[in-house]
Design a protein around this ligand. Sequence first.
Ligand code: NAP
Length: 232
Amino acid sequence: MATISNFPPLKNKIAFITGASRGIGQACAIALARAGAHCILSARTKSGLLQTDNLIRQVGQTSTLFPFDLQPKNPFDNTIDLIGPSIAQQFQRLDIFIHAAFHYVPLTPVTQITDKEWSKNLSINLTGCMKLIRTLSPLLCATPNSYAFFLQNLVEPEPFWGLVSSIQSAIHNLVQCWAKEIQHLSTVQVQTITLPPTDTNLRRFFFPAENKEKLNSPEETTKLILALILKN
Ligand SMILES: NC(=O)c1ccc[n+]([C@@H]2O[C@H](COP(=O)([O-])OP(=O)(O)OC[C@H]3O[C@@H](n4cnc5c(N)ncnc54)[C@H](OP(=O)(O)O)[C@@H]3O)[C@@H](O)[C@H]2O)c1
């Protein structure tokens, strides 16, 4: 419960959000900032990050921009490995990690998945997630009562969803393994969170003809995520 001494509730907390240039990641960053956290915003599109930063200023906070492509530029590109140490050096803590970045391509039969798309999806979504966990885990574990949330759209194995479904399941398993490895060593609360249908670019991409009125707004979905943090 918030009292005078800990208001706003996330005052002095540091949050790192991927996918912060739009959609649910952007809405999470704004909500976290409104609750007092300093947000480190990551995605590729600088204009989107600047827009998020602007919206965060409107709630009276500042943020740190971290434009970043989860797709490595070449096999020797180790920029992602420097994220954890950089945050540690600048902020000495990481209270909240929200992984909302996701690369997606049109649905396709398994027999028509190209090598290029398969590799790109694995690289950005699965390898990217593994490397983010690897670089952030020491700092998350060293910060008392931290959170690591992985936003998911776990889809049943249905026709044409082979690529998305395989990757989401693999991310889920990867995250659960890590959670079990650190559960006795730290107080990090690790969760893969399956979200309700939400009106974002991703949803419009996969379901272009859908009635948007039945969808959550990113802000409504974000309330569900924030509630998991603010309840403690
Ligand atoms: N919308 C839904 O109904 C729904 C439901 C359940 C779960 N989810 C999950 O929620 C998460 C957020 O989705 P959303 O609906 O908010 O989608 P969105 O609006 O399309 O946002 C996707 C984010 O991923 C970032 N991204 C994509 N490729 C990237 C790359 N190579 N490197 C770094 N960042 C990259 C994008 O930023 P840039 O393009 O600027 O890089 C963007 O900020 C996803 O994991 C999704 O599976 C969504």
